[in-house]
Design a protein around this ligand. Structure first.
Ligand code: F0G
Length: 352
């Protein structure tokens, strides 16, 4: 079996890299496209639903796709330190790749609103963490100014190399399916990922690698849905802290992706997100983080509009292990505590 060499090596001809670019990689990308029968069944007809499980990247989220590019290019340019604002996943990924490339990693996070797994990663990767009294949007304003004034490279999705790396997920989907899906369902926060996917689909289409392009279906949490309501949300709120963002920096690109693809934006409530999150776990054995489940929640909410016999891909952007608090508080498990270490007792609880 040939080993996956990471996405820069796999898609070198499609990326702005040269022989002199040092490739900082953890072998990211190459994630599985998994059929989810229980979701297909709920949609009905001959619809086939798959999830692109990007939570299986090296730091557990799709951010690694963008970060291998951003950090490799930063290294090529002689950069010694990087900075980002983050709801958690970007900070974990930036720290991992920066450290691998021998750089400092400064991360600004909203104090108290980052899931434990993500914080644990940033700590262990040796990031220099500043938890600010404000939300992601405030943190992003600060890091943009800092990177303009000081010798640190910004690795949020305003860095164009991030989207270049992330577009490879669209290539992988077409390479796997042999064609583009009819719908691409994706959660939106800062709206970089939907923009990157759209770029990838268009590039493959223009090169004749597929005959169609998908409709881009972007989903946000109701309490934090600036793209759906077309206005900045001053105090965004949602259980899906990864997408707790009120003023997405890539909004123009995302709107273009929606319009060009004849797609749509829709919000889903926290309740709908958690239902989808539990469903994927219980019926498919797939554990994603709440923000990722928004793509499934959105698809189920729009099920009456799904074209017949269609192929749909929902992007699962992050691994469920990122947010253990959410898992422990939101599940339908039978959890018997303090059970006596006794065969009869155990068997009786099992219903035998
Ligand atoms: N899903 C997860 C798990 C995320 O972490 C994010 C963004 C998104 C979806 C939305 O992607 O911003 O490209 O629209 N997380 C960023 C972070 C904001 O700081 O980790 P987007």
């Amino acid at each position: 079996m040939k080993r996956w060499p990471g996405l820069i090596k796999s898609y070198r001809d499609w990326l702005p890299v040269s022989e002199s670019t040092p490739v900082i990689t953890l072998k990211e990308g190459g994630t599985p496209l998994i059929p989810v029968a229980s979701i297909s069944k709920r949609i009905g007809g001959n619809t086939k639903v798959y999830v692109k499980y990007d939570g299986l990247n090296p730091t557990g989220s799709f951010k690694d796709r963008g970060m291998t590019m951003a950090i490799s290019k930063a290294k090529e340019e002689g950069c010694k330190a990087v900075i980002c604002a983050s709801t958690g996943n970007t900070s974990a990924s930036a720290a991992a790749y920066a450290k691998r490339g021998g750089m400092r990693a400064f991360v600004l996070i909203p104090d108290g609103y980052v899931a434990q797994g993500k914080l644990a990663q940033a700590l262990v990767y040796g990031a220099e963490i500043l938890a600010i009294k404000g939300n992601f949007d405030h943190a992003l304003d600060i890091v943009r100014e800092i990177s303009d004034s000081y010798p640190v490279t910004l690795v949020n999705s305003v860095n164009p190399y991030r989207l270049q790396g992330q577009k490879t997920a669209a290539f992988e989907i077409i390479d796997d399916l042999g064609e583009a899906p009819d719908w691409l369902c994706i959660p939106m926060g800062n709206a970089g990922n939907i923009s990157a996917y759209w770029m990838g689909f268009k590039e493959y289409f223009n090169a004749g690698k597929c005959k169609n392009k998908p409709q881009m279906m972007g989903f946000q949490a109701s309490g934090s849905a600036p793209l759906v309501y077309n206005k900045t949300i001053i105090d965004p709120e949602t259980i899906a802290t990864a997408i707790r963002i009120g003023n997405p920096v890539n909004k123009e690109k995302a709107i273009k992706a929606k319009n060009e693809s004849n797609g749509a934006f829709l919000d889903v409530t926290d309740k709908e997100i958690i239902e989808a999150y539990k469903l994927l776990g219980k019926e498919e054995g797939i554990f994603c983080e709440p923000a990722s489940a928004a793509s499934i929640a959105g698809l189920l909410k729009r099920k009456d509009e799904v074209p017949t016999n269609s192929t749909i891909v929902c992007v699962l952007t992050g691994n469920g292990l990122k947010d253990p608090e959410c898992a422990i508080e939101n599940n339908d498990a039978y959890f018997h505590k303090g059970v006596e270490a006794n065969i009869k007792k155990v068997a009786s609880i099992m219903g035998f």
